[in-house]
Each structure stands twice: as structure tokens, then as C-alpha cells.
Design a protein around this ligand. Structure first.
Ligand SMILES: Nc1nc2c(ncn2[C@@H]2O[C@H](COP(=O)(O)OP(=O)(O)OP(=O)(O)O)[C@@H](O)[C@H]2O)c(=O)[nH]1
Ligand SMILES: [Mg+2]
Length: 358
């Protein structure tokens, strides 16, 4: 899973990037600290993976991972490719979702381009640049496709119509994801349109745990989600001894799912992902993110294409039943293991072993 960071200069994008990935990156109170796009992976914390491995004495644990892409701040003109942020926007076309970091912290030492704190206005300014970038890209493609359409090519005619619908929406100030038609959705995904991607607005607050109401309303109107995270504070906690940090967080009532975990959990919700596990014995237990509704055969294909091609059946057990049984063999004896066919819809927390033949 690839998550692209967008936001204005000094919004705290790199601070969030460091918090989630643990990567060392330059965070500084002047705009355009980040110049070149940077990427880093983060493990998805999941206590169920350790429970599965501990129960069966499995030494190696491989958590699911997400990749974050941090780019320069987006200023006016970025949509047309201007500035460092504009030049970097193309790097986000492959992203599965966007994390839109919006400044909601005061701190006078960190200059704001307009010397104010206005999360909604900042979010709208960045959304506008994303829409402009999508519009430019759609226009360029429409020009090309129209030439092919002239010869009567049916696919090109359909694509031109889809592009026109996308451009119409963007011109009306609506994101590409709002265009509710299959052909347009497919074209938008193929082009990697930024406003077609799911987006999570992250209000970077001083201490508040709720996003500002107007930003939350904006997110909802955009078909997006919003959460609040005091990124600066969370970075300080992340640098402390974990026990002390947990105590302080409890005292400050920062909530159960915090910091990097809150971001990853938000991204899972956003993409409607569930996790299944492999690990029916040593040497390795592993967590795999898949879209909700994925079948056993398709999930097997995530592990290896041979497993999907030669899929015979899957042995499946809920993770907690496996932990209770203590081993795959005992789970089989206790008949808590089930045999499932290729069309079985994999459930959150399933542990799966695929029988295949190629
Ligand atoms: N008080 C406070 N300061 C923060 C917070 N998050 C980030 N900062 C500070 O804001 C400044 C900018 O943070 P960065 O993470 O570099 O911002 P950025 O969005 O990556 O900025 P560019 O790379 O310049 O676009 C730094 O001095 C941070 O320490 C926060 O939650 N609270
Ligand atoms: Mg930065």
C-alpha cells in the first residue's frame, strides 16, 4: 500500500512521515524544507501476528507494510507543475491513497505562507491544485484520444466521453472520485488522477483530537475522511521511553489508537482493507493486507501467483482459535480448521494455508 503526502509548506508532512516510518528526514520551520520526494516503509503494528507466532513458536514475523511518499509543499501554481511541489506531484500518481496534512497548530515560530492558521482554507487551496493537475492531465489525454476517436474507434469514443465527464466535474469544483460512472472511474484510475484517490485529511493539531468542524464537513463533502493528530507532540512521545510515553499519553487522554497507529488504522479504513495471516508453523508468520471481499484464490495470489493458478483449497481458521489450539495440528484435531474453496471470501483475522498444485 502506497500513501502519498500532500499539503502546504510547513504543514508538518515530513513530521508525519517521520512519525509513521521512523525515517530520519529534515523537519524545519521554514517552507520547502523537503525538496526531493522521499519514500520510506512502515510496519503495520498488529498484536495478532505476535500472538499467532508465539502460540506456535514461530521465530520470524513479517508484518504488513505501507509505503509513505513525502513531497515538497504545494503552493499556488503547483497544479500546473510549478514549484518543487508541482514538479513532484507526478510521483503520487501511483499512490493508493493520499494523506492530506493540514496545519491546525499555532506555534508562531513556524511561519505560515499567509501568516494565519486556517485549516479549511489551506485544505481548499491544496485541493484546488490537485484538481488543476488532474484537469491538465485529462485535457492532454482528451486531445490525443479525440484524434483516435475521429477514425471511429469505439473504445476511443467511449474514453473521450469519460474524459469529458471528468473534466466537467473538475471544472465544477468536484473531485474526480465524485463522478459516479464506471468508464470514468476506470479512466481516472488508469491515469492516476489525484482527486480520484481516497483521501484522509489529517489536521495537525496542538493537542486537539478532533479535526476542526469545518474541515470535517469539507472532507465529508469531498467523499473523504478526516482525523486529528498532534504530530509534533506525538513525535516527542515517540522519542521518549515507551512506558513513560504511554503514561503521559494516558494522562493527556490522547486516546487508545494514537500516533503512527492512528494513521495506519485510518488508511486501512480508507482503503477498506482487512488482514489475513499465513503461519501454520515455523519458520514464518506473516500478515497480508487485502481489500475487503477478496476471495481465497485471489488472496492466495498475493502470496504467490502459483498459489492462485494451482489453487485447490484453503485451510482456514480465525486467528484466536488457532492461538487457543496452540498448533495447526491440534486445531485440525479439534476440528476448528475449515476447508474453503476458491470463492470463499477471506475474513478479517483469518489464518490461511493454501493447498495448491502446479
Ligand atoms: N507546534 C507544532 N509544530 C509542528 C507540528 N508539526 C510540525 N511542526 C513544526 O512545523 C515545522 C514544519 O514541519 P515539517 O514537517 O518540516 O513540514 P513540511 O510540511 O514537511 O514542510 P515542507 O517540507 O517545507 O513543505 C517544523 O518546525 C516542525 O517542527 C505540530 O504538530 N505542532
Ligand atoms: Mg517536508
Amino acid at each position: 500500500m502506497d500513501l502519498g503526502l500532500v499539503g502546504r509548506a510547513n504543514a508538518g508532512k515530513t513530521a508525519l512521515f517521520s512519525l509513521v516510518t521512523g525515517a530520519e528526514a529534515e523537519i524545519a520551520p521554514y517552507p520547502f524544507t523537503t525538496r526531493e520526494p522521499q519514500r520510506a516503509m512502515a510496519d503495520v503494528p498488529d498484536p495478532r501476528l505476535d500472538a499467532i507466532a508465539d502460540a506456535q513458536d514461530i521465530p520470524r514475523r513479517v508484518p504488513a507494510q505501507v509505503q509513505l511518499v513525502d513531497i515538497a509543499g504545494l503552493a499556488a501554481g503547483a497544479g500546473h507543475g510549478e514549484g518543487l511541489g508541482g514538479a513532484a506531484l507526478g510521483q503520487l500518481r501511483q499512490a493508493d491513497a493520499l494523506l492530506h496534512v493540514v496545519r491546525a497548530f499555532a506555534n508562531a515560530e513556524v511561519p505560515h505562507p499567509e501568516e494565519r492558521v486556517d485549516p479549511l482554507a489551506d485544505a481548499e487551496a491544496v485541493d484546488l491544485e490537485l484538481a488543476v493537475a488532474d484537469r491538465d492531465q485529462s485535457e492532454r489525454r482528451l486531445e490525443r484520444v479525440r484524434k483516435t476517436a475521429k477514425s471511429g474507434d469505439a473504445a476511443a469514443i467511449a474514453e473521450a466521453a469519460a474524459l469529458e465527464r471528468l473534466i466537467e466535474a473538475l471544472d465544477a469544483g468536484r473531485p474526480a472520485r465524485s463522478v459516479d460512472d464506471e468508464a470514468a472511474t476506470a479512466v481516472a484510475a488508469d491515469m492516476g488522477l489525484l482527486t480520484a484517490k481516497p483521501v484522509l485529511y489529517i489536521a495537525n493539531t496542538d493537542e486537539e483530537l478532533e479535526p476542526p468542524a469545518d474541515l470535517a464537513a469539507h472532507a465529508a463533502a469531498q467523499g473523504a475522511q478526516a482525523l486529528a493528530l498532534p504530530v509534533g507532540l506525538e513525535l516527542e512521545l515517540a522519542a521518549m521511553d515507551p512506558e513513560e510515553a504511554a503514561e503521559l499519553a494516558a494522562e493527556m487522554e490522547l486516546g487508545g489508537t494514537r500516533g503512527a497507529d492512528a494513521v495506519v488504522a485510518g488508511a486501512y479504513r480508507l482503503l477498506d482493507l482487512v488482514t489475513f495471516f499465513t503461519g501454520s508453523g515455523p519458520p514464518e508468520a506473516r500478515a497480508w493486507p487485502i481489500r475487503r471481499g477478496t476471495t481465497a484464490a485471489a488472496a492466495a495470489g498475493k502470496i504467490h501467483s502459483d498459489l492462485e493458478r494451482g489453487f485447490i483449497r484453503a485451510e482456514v481458521i480465525p486467528w484466536d482459535d488457532l492461538v487457543a489450539a496452540g498448533s495447526w495440528a491440534r486445531a485440525r484435531e479439534a476440528a476448528t480448521l475449515r476447508m474453503e474453496g476458491r470463492d470463499y471470501v477471506v475474513q478479517e483475522g483469518d489464518v490461511m494455508q493454501v493447498r495448491f498444485n502446479v
